[in-house]
Structure formats: C-alpha cells, structure tokens
Design a protein around this ligand. Structure first.
Ligand code: GCW
Length: 724
C-alpha cells in the first residue's frame, strides 16, 4: 500500500502540473515559468526581493498584476508587494505617482522619452540597491515593465541596467481583416471578437489580447476588415465597440474602425456620399461626435476607397484628398486621425497595375489634412513573398506615410506554412530609397528621422483568430511579435527578434534556441524559393491564394486581366518576366536615382527581383553561370530541400520539446513540405511548356503532369480564401 501511494502521489502531482500547464500555446510569449538556469535564478532572486508600484489607475493596476504574475512564475515563489524600500526592491512608477521616483530626479532623462517611453536602471535609495522602472505616464511604466520581464524571460543580466527606450512610430496598429456577422446566419469566421455577446459579455481573452499587444508596444487596433461594413457606425455597434475599448484601454490599446465611404447612404439614408456635399459632411461630423460619446479616446478611421470594388470619392469625381479630408475634419476636434490606404488600382486604367498607387497619390502630396496618414503596403503590388519596396516611400515629403505589413500569411501558406516574416519587414524598412541621398532608408522616412512627419505609424494585418493558440500555426505568433517589436523599433534585426521570441516561447537553451532561430530567419527565403524565386510574383492559385497557379488566365471571381498570373509572368517561348524598365512599363521610373538605374539595368538589378523588372530570355546567363531556366529550376528545388531540412531539424528536437507544441508544428510541416513540392513541380512543369527545355540534373523530377497540378484541390488547409 505504502509503495503504491509513493508512486501514486508523485504521479498525481505530475499529472496535475501537466494539466495546469497545458502547452496549447495560449500563453504566447508571455510564459512566466521558473527560470531554468540555477545561476541566473539565484541572481534574480537576490536582485528582486519585492516590488513597489504606485498609482491607482487601471494601467497602474495592470502593472501591479503583471509584475506579481511574472515574478511569482519566474522566481518560483510569491515576491511581496512592499511599501517600504528594502534591498532588492523593484520600483515602478512615474514621478507623479511615486515619491521615490520623483526623488531620483530623472526629469531630464525622462523628458526625452515622451508619453510612452521608459527607463530601466539600477539605483540606490537610502543606501539600498533597487531597480527602477520609470516613465512619464502609467502606460510608459507598463511598457517598461514588460521590457523588464522580457529581460528575465530571456535570462539577461539585471545588475547593470541602463535601458532607455521610446517608440519609433506613434500609431502601432493591428488591422484585423475579420468580417462582422452577417444577419441570418453566416458566422464571422475565425475572429476573436464575439460580436453577438457584446457589449454585455466580455471574453477574458480580450484582456490577454491587450496584454500581449502591450508587451510588444502595439497601441492600436482596427477591429474589422478594411472592406468595411457600415453597420459599425450604428449605435448598436458603437456600444459593442465601446465595451471592447474599455477592456483594451488600460493596456494602452486604442480602438479604430474601418469606415465605409457610402455609410451616409447605407445607414444615413442620404442619396449621395459625395465628400463635398454639405449633408454628407454634416452626417460624418454627427457620426464622429456620436462615436466619441461612446469612446472618448476613439483613435479614428482606416479607409479603403476606390479599390477592389470599394466605393470612394472618385465615384463622385472627387479626389482621395477630398475623401480623406472629409473624415479627418469630422474626427479632428476629438483628436482622431484617418489612415487612408494607398492600395488602389483599377483594371480599367491602361497602366501597369503596380504603377497606379504612385500615379494616383503623388499629385496630392501636401493636400491632406494634418491628421491624415497614408497607409502604404510594403511593396507596390500586394504582399507578395518578395517585392521591391513601394516607390511612394520617400516620394511624398509633405504627406505622412505609414507602411502596412501583412502578418496574416495570405500569400505565404496561411496558417499551414512556417514562415517567419521579420526578414521581409526588415528588407522593406532597410531599403535605401535615396530620396535624400544615400542612407535614406524606408525606416528613416516613416519614423520621421528624414521627414517632417509629425504623425507616424506602422500597420500590420493581423493573423490573430479564435484558435486557442491565437494564430493556428504556433510560429504565426512570432510574426505578431515581430511586427510589434519593429513598430516600436524599426531598426532591430530579424535575428534579434527571432532570438528573443524563441527564448520566451520555447527555451533559452542553445540546443533549441540556435537551430530554431536559425531556421526562422531562413524560412522566408525558403518560401520565396519554392513559391516565387527570382522576382516572380502573383502566380498563386486564383481566389484561394494557396498553392501554385502560374497557368491562371482567368480569376473565377472576376475575369480581369490584372487578377491573372499571365499578366505578371508573361512567359512564352522566348523568355519570362515583366519588362518594367524604361523600354517597358517604366515602373523603374518611380524610384529615385540611382535605385531606378540599378533596377533598370539587367546587369545590376538584384537577381532576386530580376523577373519583377525584366523580361529575360530563357538562356540568359545568371551570376552563377547557369541559364535562367536552369537557375529557376534549381531555386525551386532548393526551396523544397530547405524546407525538408527544417522538418528534419524540428523532428530532431522532439525529445526536447513538449508534445503538444511539437505536434502543432510537425503536423503542419508535413503539409508544408508536401505543398512546397507541389509549388515547385507545378511551376516547373508549367513553365517548361514555354521554355521547352529539359529539367537540369540534380533537380528532383516532378511527380505529376501539368493537368494534375491544374486540377489539384486542397482539402486540409485552414484559412484559405474561398475555393480553388
Ligand atoms: O491582398 C488583397 C486581399 C484582399 C484585401 C486586399 C486589401 C482586404 O486578397 O482580401 O482586402 O488585398 O489589402 O485591401
């Protein structure tokens, strides 16, 4: 009996622990498990023996709660909240809320940090060693607190702290592309917003959403799709939005809405939405006044207008500036802003699609109100695996521009493929536009270093959904994380971000940290290789946007030319690629010299953008000495082999990982490897019908004939758009 109990009791204990710590990914990177390095743990326990927070605001309470939770978890036992300083007290507050912090005379250093920045330093108070997290506002203290917690999660030293940090951009915003529920049945899909339960019932998940965002400095969110629903501006929805705003507010996350230009007609019963019509002007003013009654700190609107069927000012022979300024005037008295999207194109305009945003917006530089910012996708087309940077960056000195990145992997295998996107964000931010000579990086334009932009921001199309682990693929979390970190600091590198995220999410141990962060950083290039190497773009399956579709000559949703693959790759017996040089569409002309000349010349154009800018013969000699055709085949082949290697690395890590999270990724990698092969084979057999050349030696032979790839349907890929 005794022996039985001896076995049973620990077994029960272990079972319970496992149950409590279900590794379902819900905790994201905010995992506060015991520091597993005894030396580091010892140092932390000595350095932090208690914590002291002051202030009564909801944000100050959030600081207190977070510290309590984090310290208890990381250090293994309750760390007391103290009212008297003792050795090892962690003091968090503002000079207003905390007498102690006021006495440290940090004024000058804090002065430079603005409303959201913070300091973290070691100090002495009455001869006792303390750690100080200080800021000008409670929200700054919260950001500093999360930074401090991150230092412990990533096992950094905390005895010599001298951190001072403030955000590089002002509006660090998620754009959810979720739809509102459609009356009479269809659900809102995979959204975390439970619209039917609001405003009465608040899912505790909203608080964790806010915590996660605050932990990486995201301070804003657009709740629904930019293909907007005017019901959002009805009182019924304002109440729901206000309830959400109430949960997010203590964490510094402001709510914004997608506005539909025709809302005055759809819900206001006006017979026009003309931005210069006086009734329309009055309607928006009233709508904004009403919104601010419900949500006094409402952020403002994001607008997609005259793009992909969305209504806009051009329908009334007005301009984008007229449309944006109308809304800007309505929210200005309340401090709101308008983010007007530059993602516009029209198949009726006889012009290379990628040139249209630049052409449409350049004439209006300086014509927008002060509280308008243009939201510009990282590249001129549409979130493709690789694009050059958008030529609008640097070209509108009198109009603030904010980049829009896609976190949701619409063209990167949705929630099935492992693709860490920081390298693609970084590639755009570190692109040199030369708008003011060498060193005019996109990052320096959008953060105001090289411009007079008072309003700055960065938008990320969110991948957050109702899955227990938030993003479906566990590694999708890293893209949310990366976006937030870069919006705060547009200069940090992908490898730093990967390193932090792996440490916090998986482990600080080298045997996990090193291989995982390495394949994360490589994963984006791997996907480019098996999907769209050498500057290919928009050759995915129509509608679903999953899998290859270089043969797409008609989109089932709309038979427009600029939604086909043929429009973009232009392959025939002579060669492949879109001539955008001075002898072609001259899209290169939208860049500053010398960028335009570099892109324009086939000898200097980076090979990873070759087919974006050039039409190239199949026999063209590449830098490797191979022909273009052979190089293309090898790139596809490399992509498949590289993702197989990632799969092997992951499998080898199995004994070191918890079963649940290991399995989440393993199962998806199986599909990713399968579908990378389909991409490679499908593209090679299709392009071979044009090149008529043999597949070079060493490239794995395609499994099927072209017809198979053309008719293949995926039945096990969540998140895919529509069908085929
Ligand atoms: O990538 C395309 C998507 C559309 C999206 C559009 C946009 C919200 O396929 O679903 O619409 O971009 O960015 O407006």
């Amino acid at each position: 009996m005794k022996t039985f109990l001896r076995i049973l009791i620990p077994a029960l204990f272990i079972f319970n622990l496992t149950a409590l710590n279900a590794e379902d990914g819900y905790r994201l990177w905010l995992r506060y498990d015991l520091v597993d390095n005894p030396v580091v743990l010892g140092q932390y326990r000595k350095a932090v023996t208690g914590y002291m927070t002051d202030g009564n605001s909801a944000t100050a309470t959030a600081v207190k709660n977070e510290l309590q939770m984090a310290l208890k978890g990381l250090l293994g036992s309750q760390v007391p909240l103290v009212t008297e300083v003792r050795k090892g007290t962690l003091v968090a507050g503002t000079p207003e809320s905390s007498k102690l912090i006021a006495s440290l005379k940090l004024g000058e250093r804090l002065g430079r940090l603005g409303n959201e920045g913070y300091l973290i330093t070691n100090s002495k108070y009455k001869g006792k060693k303390i750690i100080v997290i200080a800021a000008n506002t409670d929200i700054g203290v919260l950001y500093g607190t999360f930074h401090f917690i991150r230092l412990m999660q990533t096992q950094q030293g905390i005895d010599n702290l001298s951190v001072s940090s403030s955000p590089g951009t002002r509006v660090r915003i998620l754009n959810h592309w979720d739809m509102l529920p459609v009356p009479g049945g269809r659900s809102a899909g995979n959204t975390i917003w439970k619209w039917d339960d609001l405003p009465g019932k608040l899912d505790p998940r909203y608080t964790d959403y806010a915590r996660a965002n605050a932990s990486i400095g995201i301070n804003a969110t657009v709740l629904t799709n930019v293909n907007a629903d005017s019901r959002l501006l009805t009182v019924e929805y304002m109440e729901k939005v206000a309830a959400l705003a109430g949960v997010l507010r203590p964490y510094g996350v402001k709510v914004y809405l997608a506005a539909k230009v025709t809302a005055p007609m759809e819900i206001g019963k006006l017979n026009t939405a003309d931005p210069l019509d006086k009734d329309v002007i009055a309607w928006w003013k009233k709508a904004a006044d009403e919104l601010y009654k419900y949500i006094p700190d409402f952020g403002g609107f994001v607008v997609k207008a005259n793009s992909e069927g969305q209504p806009g000012p051009l329908d009334y022979n007005r301009t984008h500036a007229d449309g944006a300024n109308l809304l800007a005037d309505a929210v200005a008295p309340h401090g709101g802003i308008v983010m007007w999207r530059a993602f516009v194109y029209d198949n009726k305009v006889p012009e290379d699609r990628i040139k249209q945003p630049y052409n449409e917006f350049i004439p209006f530089d300086g014509k927008f109100r002060k509280n308008v910012i243009l939201q510009v996708k990282n590249g001129p087309l549409d979130f493709q695996p690789r694009e050059p940077f958008h030529p609008l960056f640097g070209a509108m000195p009198k109009t603030p521009l904010m980049p829009e990145f896609q976190i949701m992997q619409e063209y990167f295998g949705f929630t099935t493929h492992l693709v860490f996107l920081a390298p693609s964000y970084e590639e755009c931010l570190k692109s040199d536009t030369y708008c003011k000579g060498q060193g005019s990086l996109v990052a320096k334009i959008i953060d105001g270093t090289l411009t007079d932009y008072e309003l700055t921001g960065m938008a990320g199309v969110s991948n957050i959904g109702a899955d227990r682990n938030w993003t479906g693929h566990l590694f999708g979390q890293s893209n949310w994380y990366a976006f937030g970190r870069l919006a705060w600091d547009p200069y940090i590198s992908s490898s730093e971000i990967a390193d932090e995220w792996v440490r916090m999410t998986f482990s600080n141990k080298d045997e996990i940290l090193k291989p995982v962060s390495r394949f994360m950083v490589e994963s984006r290039e791997i996907s480019v290789n098996y999907m769209t190497p050498l500057g290919l773009h928009h050759i995915m399956a129509a509608a679903s946007h999953y899998g290859p579709g270089p043969w797409v000559d008609k989109d089932p949703r709309n038979p427009r030319e600029d939604w086909t693959s043929l429009y973009y790759h232009r392959a025939d017996g002579n060669g492949i690629g879109f001539d955008r040089t001075t002898t072609g569409s001259n899209a290169v002309g939208q860049y500053f010299p010398p960028v335009r000349d570099i892109y324009n010349n086939i000898a200097t154009c980076p090979e990873n953008l070759l087919l974006w800018f050039h039409r190239v013969s199949w026999d063209h000699k590449m830098k490797s000495g191979r022909t273009l055709w052979d190089e293309l085949c090898y790139k596809y082949n490399d992509g498949v082999n590289q993702i197989r290697e990632v799969q092997q690395v992951w499998d080898r890590l199995k004994p070191l990982l918890d079963a649940e999270r290991y399995e989440n990724v393993r199962e998806r990698l199986v599909k990713q490897v399968r579908d990378a092969r389909i991409w490679k084979d499908g593209c090679i057999v299709y392009f071979q019908t044009h090149s008529k050349k043999p597949i070079p030696p060493g490239v794995e032979k395609p499994e099927h004939d072209l017809e198979w790839y053309k008719t293949h349907r995926y039945t096990d890929i969540p998140g895919m758009f529509g069908t085929p």
